[in-house]
Design a protein around this ligand. Structure first.
Ligand SMILES: C[S@@+](CC[C@H](N)C(=O)[O-])C[C@H]1O[C@@H](n2cnc3c(N)ncnc32)[C@H](O)[C@@H]1O
Length: 209
């Protein structure tokens, strides 16, 4: 697969159409750190949460099973959303699915207390795309709300899903989130892909001032 730089609905629909969920490089049966950190930082089960680039991940299943009542999954891929809805079946009504591009300036998300993103942020390019992402957080996350971010670290491969990504260190993330956020937690995590390749993620949690 040729490495491209730009994320597009066509690319992601092709990926989700071609591979089973369990074959995707980022697949994990449970997003353990994401789930633990949401449970640590969410202000109760009715705390609003948005999962950016949630794809077909099971974080939504885990949160519905724990009686979270206000969940929104945003993803650029209709195919990923269809997969998640089919898997959740009757429980799909417990979450709102929004097929949209996080780079779209007109998302108009409802206010939330938790903003979660595993492996979507690292596709954004420096400059306007990241600035626009921060504006979405600014307008969507309540004061005191939490950003939970899992991205490829400097030791991860340069590509994810065939697309070139930004790889992050803690100082680089601090550059992005320095204004208006307090760092609460950080850890690195080695994810083993279904093809047995190691990918190091850096997770950070930030509180919006
Ligand atoms: C590597 S996958 C991670 C999926 C999920 N977060 C997980 O950890 O299992 C990246 C996801 O982000 C979505 N995505 C990529 N670029 C996006 C964008 N600009 N706006 C919204 N979603 C996007 C893709 O469709 C895909 O589902």
């Amino acid at each position: 697969m040729t490495a491209e730089r730009t994320s597009s609905p066509e690319h992601w629909n092709m990926i989700y159409g071609k591979y089973r969920r369990e074959e995707l490089g980022w697949y994990a049966p449970v997003l353990t750190t994401s789930l633990e950190w949401v449970l640590t930082h969410a202000d109760g089960r009715d705390a609003g949460l948005v999962d950016i680039g949630g794809g077909s991940s099971t974080l939504v299943d885990e949160l519905i099973a724990r009686n979270f009542t206000s969940l929104t999954i945003v993803d650029i891929s209709e195919a990923a959303i269809a997969e998640a809805k089919q898997r959740l079946a009757a429980q799909a009504g417990g979450a709102q699915f929004l097929c949209n591009d996080i780079r779209n300036p007109d998302l108009n998300l409802s206010p939330v207390q938790v903003w979660h993103d595993r492996a979507a942020f690292h596709f954004l390019q420096d400059g306007p795309e990241i600035e626009s992402y921060l504006k979405h957080i600014e307008s969507t996350l309540i004061t005191g709300g939490i950003v939970i971010l899992g991205v490829f670290s400097e030791n991860a491969p340069p590509r994810c899903s065939g697309l070139l990504v930004n790889r992050y260190t803690l100082p680089k993330l601090k550059d992005v989130f320095s204004k208006g956020f307090e760092l609460l937690d950080t850890k690195t995590e080695v994810h083993i892909t279904p093809g047995k390749v190691e990918q190091e993620y850096i997770y950070t949690a930030w509180r919006k001032r």
